[in-house]
Ligand binder design. Structure first.
Ligand code: ADP
Ligand code: MG
Ligand code: MG
Length: 895
């Protein structure tokens, strides 16, 4: 097997094999940019090393060949006592994992070659500085010696010298440090620092391999949903030196501003420095303009290279570079990370610059980025004092009074306070408090912690893992350094950035949200140029998505108000109108009578009273969605949800019994309790609900169907264009659907005849039971459409009761890697998704014109939308707020 590739052999598309860094170093080499020569050891070698616990035999030989090649090319030998070749050994996985893995610089220096380096460069200080850096990095990363051992020694040397900066240490100081570092290596590792250059190289390579599996790397990958089995490549690269005096230096740069997307390069530079010095913040950095002033030639060359890279990658690139005595070297590039706002602006700019097509621009932004731009935000103009920063676990901007217990959160919320629940970490006992709180802040745990998972599920703002917080729930206070926040103090948390602020910041709707709801003109009226440009970019890309997408986007809405809002956000109809809430409030007494009536007359009376109310509900909805399809689902939930609470009632009856009173009220209560007990179910989710209810409670579905038919007639009479569809829930057998259909078709025909208006109302079913999916070819005979209820389909396929498992099981399942994302968040393509595919295919085989949609929450999830597009569905339906996200992702799925 070939494990080792020279930089001249690879290209940017080989990230799987060479890692991101290696692939891009090869690409820059191919482009003729100044990259120091080197080679890359493949991820495959790493995988074999990790599996076997030793590197494959061939690897040593191939490294020898590549090294000899490099020595010939540079005309130097690794660690030679005269003018030595030195190399860096750098990790580089397919996906960047900032700060997670190891890099060792100046490999090849030893007691002899340090003198050779001094001689060849004519700079003794530089040579000893490089040697102490090798000892320091090698000690820390290869030998696992605590970093403070070295940094403390440097601090001590500076103090002795009376200087503040490491550049002020002279050659004798550095010689002294080298001596100390070597002693420290012996003391901590039990062996001398390896003087043999090849041994240094081999140990460093192994250390990079091993760094793939450190705890923090594994944790990071779990959080970022990066597979654990990819392995890292190792790049061995000829050293160039930014620490060769004031005409040398090292820096990082972006070809555009990654925060705002503004065109024009942006970067930091540090003269007389090496490697991590720039980001480590040991000295204040200079800007690129400063470099232009001090070294115009290097600066000009850097600009040229950046332009070249942008033209080549046709995207924002970030780079790492070094200047060695006026000569520019490129050490890394990649397509750079950026904020959501920058992503939209850059994509649009690049189209204007004619570097990319609109289709490409669409592929460069995501629904999640759009969602981020839609959340309310803290007033950008507001003054703010940052307390600390944690992980952005669930987006939004929340303001409230600090509370430390679930009980206090519930108590204060009941009094009308808005609170932020602050915990070290949360557990299932905190659920009630989390529900009551405006936002959740924790000191521990990552994006898959209990707090994060549950908060996202609830749509609550959450910042987690803010490690600086010292939470003391007993003393009711939280501390960051010397700042103390007590219970009841106001704080503001930003779930999109992870920031925590002291005091109450004002929350305003985001300009993108204003645009989506009220149009471009209003959104750009009062904002600065940069924001206006952002809104225009969103408009442009969303418009293109609408042109390209095949999937229609509908909304889940039960009220005219929600329907109108969704319509303004671009919904093309209602995919799911739930009717449950229509039986609450005042109407509860009526539905109670329907359920409890012991004679047909009593029940019919209650149903008759409900009819005009239901008709009005549907008329309102059809008015709001005039001209667009509206799918109404017949009543779904278990009946006992409409009856009083069993325990409350039992207590009341028992108390009355004990007191010996027996009034008319007690008699009624007793009867009600008896009914409630009769209806009690141990698994309501799998009990008397959906179509079962319709078939067992006479007149219930008939009432709803009649109300729908009459509302349609009324809308037609009023000159409207109602397009209603009736959906039957929880069907498992075609027979169930036939029974409902027969009755419904009869009622619709009756209304049509009575009103003398022809009615064509499609009747379809939800597919939310595995049996329905597996017998779809039969069910399609009786259905005009299918709508996949993927929430219930996920529950019934996995055998999960969502309310019970989400908090109790999922955090652990995510930690243990059973799944990388909750199956309620993104569709489980292998299991639940397969049922969708089967039902879609076999349903259409029976009835080619069968309309197919999705109405679970997955309808608004980006990953799931791509799956539904690929499965050939006609539409997705999601909550109003997700409609723009679904439009964008449906467009992206189609390009
Ligand atoms: P990371 O992945 O953490 O950015 P790198 O492998 O890019 O780690 O190395 C960190 C820094 O070390 C680079 O930014 C660069 O400044 C420096 N470096 C790496 N290789 C060399 C080299 N061959 N010559 C000079 N500096 C190097
Ligand atoms: Mg780097
Ligand atoms: Mg359902």
């Amino acid at each position: 097997t070939k494990y080792v590739y020279k930089f001249t052999e690879g290209d940017k598309d080989q990230k799987d094999l060479l890692g991101g860094k290696g692939a891009n170093l090869a690409e820059m080499t191919r482009l003729g940019l100044p990259v120091p020569p080197g080679f890359t050891i493949s991820t495959e070698a790493c995988r074999e090393y990790l599996a076997q616990g030793a590197e494959p035999g061939e690897l040593r030989v191939q490294v020898t060949m590549a090294l000899r090649n490099l020595e010939d090319e540079t005309n130097r030998r690794l660690g030679d006592r005269h003018d030595p070749l030195l190399v860096s050994v750098r990790s580089g996985a397919k996906f960047s994992m900032p700060g997670m893995m190891e890099t060792v610089l100046n490999v090849g220096l030893n007691d002899a070659s340090v003198k050779g380096l001094a001689e060849a460069s004519g700079d003794e200080r530089f040579a000893w500085d490089s040697y102490r850096r090798l000892l320091q990095m090698f000690g820390r990363t290869v030998l696992d010696i605590p970093g403070e051992v070295f940094s403390d020694a440097i601090d001590k040397a500076k103090a002795t010298r009376g200087v503040l900066s490491d550049v002020d240490l002279d050659v004798d100081d550095l010689r002294g440090l080298v001596r100390e570092f070597k002693d420290a290596v012996l003391e901590h590792s039990g062996a001398e620092f390896p003087q043999h250059p090849r041994e240094q190289l081999d140990m460093a390579i192994r250390a990079v391999f091993d760094s793939w599996n450190t705890d923090r790397a594994r944790l990071y990958r779990r959080r970022e949903r990066i597979p654990q089995d990819l392995g890292t490549a190792v790049n061995v690269c000829t050293m160039v030196f930014g620490n060769l005096g004031s005409t040398s230096g090292t820096g990082v740069a972006f070809t555009r501003d990654p925060a705002t997307g503004r065109p024009g390069a942006y970067g930091d530079y540090l003269p007389n420095a090496q490697g991590e010095d720039v980001v480590a913040g040991i000295r204040n950095t200079l800007s690129l303009e400063d470099l232009a002033a001090s070294d115009p030639a290097s600066h000009a060359q850097l600009q040229k290279v950046m332009r070249r890279l942008e033209n080549h990658y046709r995207d924002l690139c970030d780079i790492e570079f070094t200047v060695e005595r006026g000569q520019l070297w490129m050490l890394q590039t990649r397509v750079g990370k950026r904020t959501a706002a920058a992503a939209f602006r850059i994509a649009s700019h690049l189209v204007d610059e004619q570097l990319i097509t609109m289709d490409e621009a669409l592929s460069r932004v995501s629904g999640n980025q759009l969602a981020q731009l839609m959340f309310p935000q803290f007033d950008p103009k507001a003054e703010r004092t940052r307390l600390t920063r944690g992980m952005a676990a669930s987006p939004g901007a929340a303001v409230g009074k600090v509370v430390f217990t679930s009980a206090e959160a519930t108590r204060r919320a009941a009094e009308g306070d808005t609170v932020i629940l602050v915990r070290k970490e949360t557990n299932p006992d905190d659920l009630e408090g989390m529900l009551a709180a405006e936002g959740i802040l924790t000191a521990r745990g990552g994006k898959t912690s209990h707090a994060a998972v549950v908060a996202r599920g609830m749509g609550k703002t959450c910042v987690c893992g803010a490690e600086e917080l010292e939470v003391d729930a007993v003393a009711k206070r939280v501390q960051v350094g010397s700042t103390v926040i007590a219970e009841g103090d106001l704080i503001s948390i930003d779930g999109s950035t992870g920031e925590v602020f002291i005091g109450a910041l004002e929350v305003v709707p985001s300009p993108v949200e204003t645009y989506l709801e009220h149009g471009l003109e209003r959104a750009v009226a009062e904002v600065d140029e940069q924001t206006a440009e952002l809104v225009q970019a969103v408009d442009r890309l969303l418009g293109h998505a609408d042109q390209r997408r095949r999937l229609q986007v509908r909304t889940n809405a039960d009220t005219a108000e929600d329907a109108l809002r969704a319509r303004s956000l671009g919904a093309q109809g209602i995919g799911l109108c739930r009717t449950e809430h229509m039986f609450l409030g005042d109407r509860r007494a009526l539905i109670e009578r329907v359920i409890l009536a012991d004679d047909a007359a009593g029940r019919d009376e209650a149903l008759a009273a409900l009819l005009p109310l239901q008709r009005q509900d549907f008329e309102d909805l059809l008015t709001a969605m005039d001209g667009l399809p509206v799918t109404i689902r017949l009543l779904d939930p278990p009946l006992h949800e409409f009856l009083p609470d069993r325990t409350d009632l039992a207590v009341k009856v028992a108390l009355a019994g004990a007191a010996g009173t027996d009034t008319e009220e007690t008699r009624q209560d007793r009867q009600m309790l008896w009914a409630v007990e009769r209806m009690h179910e141990s698994n309501p989710m799998l009990g008397l609900r959906g179509v079962r209810l319709g078939l067992l409670v006479p007149g219930l579905f008939a009432l709803q169907v009649r109300a729908i038919a009459e509302a349609t007639v009324a809308r037609r009479r009023a000159g409207g264009d109602p397009k209603v569809e009736i959906m039957v829930p929880l069907v498992g057998s075609v027979m169930e659907l036939y029974l409902v259909r027969d009755e419904s078709d009869g009622i619709i025909a009756e209304v049509a005849a009575a009103e003398d208006i022809p009615l064509q109302i499609p009747i379809g079913t939800m597919i939310e039971l595995p049996r329905a999916a597996l017998t779809a070819h039969r069910i399609a005979d009786a259905a005009d459409f299918f709508s996949f209820g993927t929430n219930d389909l996920t529950q019934t396929t996995w055998g999960f009761s969502r309310d019970d498992v989400e908090a109790a099981v999922f955090a652990a399942y995510l930690e243990k890697g059973v799944f990388t994302i909750s199956p309620f968040e993104a569709i489980d393509a292998d299991g639940v998704g397969r049922l969708v595919q089967i039902a879609a295919k076999e349903g259409r085989r029976t009835k080619p014109e069968l309309k197919l949609g999705v109405c679970g929450e997955h309808g608004g999830d980006p990953e799931s939308i791509h799956f539904f597009h690929a499965t050939g569905l006609d539409y997705v339906s999601c909550s109003p707020f997700r409609v723009p996200v679904a439009r964008l992702e449906a467009g992206r799925a189609a390009v």
